[in-house]
Design a protein around this ligand. Structure first.
Ligand code: COS
Length: 334
């Protein structure tokens, strides 16, 4: 599973975005945090190297990553730049044989465990997107400090950390994308990875539905199972319909990507819609459980906390709307 969409030439298992979506959905159905670890590792870090790395970078790094013996991370976000990714201030300076990085990244999934981190840094913050480079950084490089961040509302089995770079030397051979295409390559990796987040949303929504269905068929009230009340039946019907719609949007985006057709708008639509469905179905599942759903360790209490982040990470819902709107306005149709 760790090698999906990575060429067998580098130890991967090949396969398609559709297959990866199905895997992510099932992982998230069981545990959203596990699927987040998987997405950051495979869909962001390995994907960046696989899409834009040199032959040597792929041969050197991908076999260890896809076998699972090494963990990957993707470091874009900074305390000063989340949605405004081009507003980053972590800098890189050219030096003989390589680069020196200074600055910090935050909320980086897998950074605590990762050996390989794809890091975005700028040659000059004033250049915004035109100054962004992407580099492969060994997490053990001198000058790197990883500070774990605690206190997340949900997906707690997935770590996040701040990464501080103090005069970190990165050899020239580790550059993946220079300033002429670093930002666009980063955006393209995110476009593809948003399909995985959409699949994660479907999995979370499905797990909320699974719990709601099970409870409604076993909990008695007023002399009958909850599922025998029309109000509950309508709720279950709405939940099932919303899951199917979110799943089809996700598979549509994945299929377009697999067919090498434009998919940016569809990926953002799938993430935007899927994350709303995950949050709303988690809410409905807690409501259907009543008091027991509000208590830990009820599964729906965890699902409720896990779902929210899908509207925030890998581009907030507001950023997805911005991307969709730009695509619609550029092409003149939906
Ligand atoms: N796919 C491919 N290319 C894209 C793109 C996308 N989705 N979005 C922008 N680009 C390209 C543009 O075409 C432009 O290229 P040119 O320089 O050739 O014209 C370049 O990137 C700069 O784009 P733009 O000027 O539109 O950048 P902005 O700063 O206005 O906005 C957004 C870019 C907001 C779309 C970007 O910052 C973004 O996606 N933010 C969210 C970041 C995110 O998801 N963070 C989560 C981190 S991982 S948990």
């Amino acid at each position: 599973l760790l090698g999906l969409e990575i060429s067998p030439k580098y130890g991967g298992s090949g396969g398609t975005a559709r297959q990866q979506s199905i895997v992510v959905e099932q992982l998230a159905r069981a545990c959203a945090a596990t699927s987040t670890i998987y997405i950051a590792h495979l869909s962001l870090c390995c994907r960046f190297i696989s899409m834009y790395g040199s032959e040597n970078q792929k041969r050197e790094l991908l076999p260890g990553l896809v076998s699972g013996s090494k963990v990957g991370a993707f470091a874009l976000t900074e305390s000063v730049s989340g949605s405004d990714a081009a507003g980053m201030i972590t800098t890189l300076k050219h030096q003989k044989d390589g680069f020196i990085i200074n600055g910090s990244k935050t909320y980086i999934t897998n950074a605590v465990e990762a050996s390989t981190i794809v890091v975005m840094a700028t040659i000059d913050p004033k250049l915004r997107s035109k100054g962004v480079n992407a580099l492969i950084v060994d997490s053990k490089s001198p000058g790197i400090t990883i500070n774990p961040i605690h206190g997340k509302m949900g997906i707690r089995a997935s770590s996040i950390a701040e990464i501080v770079f103090e005069n970190v030397f990165v050899p020239k051979k580790n550059l993946i994308s220079d300033e002429s295409n670093g930002f666009k390559n980063t955006m393209n990796v995110l476009n593809a990875s948003r399909i995985s987040i959409a699949a994660q949303c479907v999995g979370i929504a499905q797990s909320a539905y699974d719990a709601a269905l099970d409870y409604s068929q076993n909990r008695m009230a007023f002399g009958q199972n909850l599922s025998e009340f029309q109000g509950i039946q309508w709720k279950l019907a709405d939940m099932a319909t919303e899951i199917e719609a979110a799943r089809l949007l996700t598979l549509q985006a994945a299929t377009l990507r697999d067919s090498k057709k434009p998919f940016i708008k569809e990926a953002s639509m799938a993430k935007l819609y899927g994350s709303r469905v995950a949050v709303e179905l988690a809410d409905k599942a807690v409501q259907l459980h009543g008091g027991v759903g509000y208590l830990s360790p009820s599964p729906v209490e965890r699902i409720y906390r896990d779902a929210k982040v899908t509207e925030i990470y890998e581009g907030t819902s507001e950023i997805q709307r911005l991307i969709i709107a730009r695509q619609i306005l550029d092409s003149g149709n939906i």
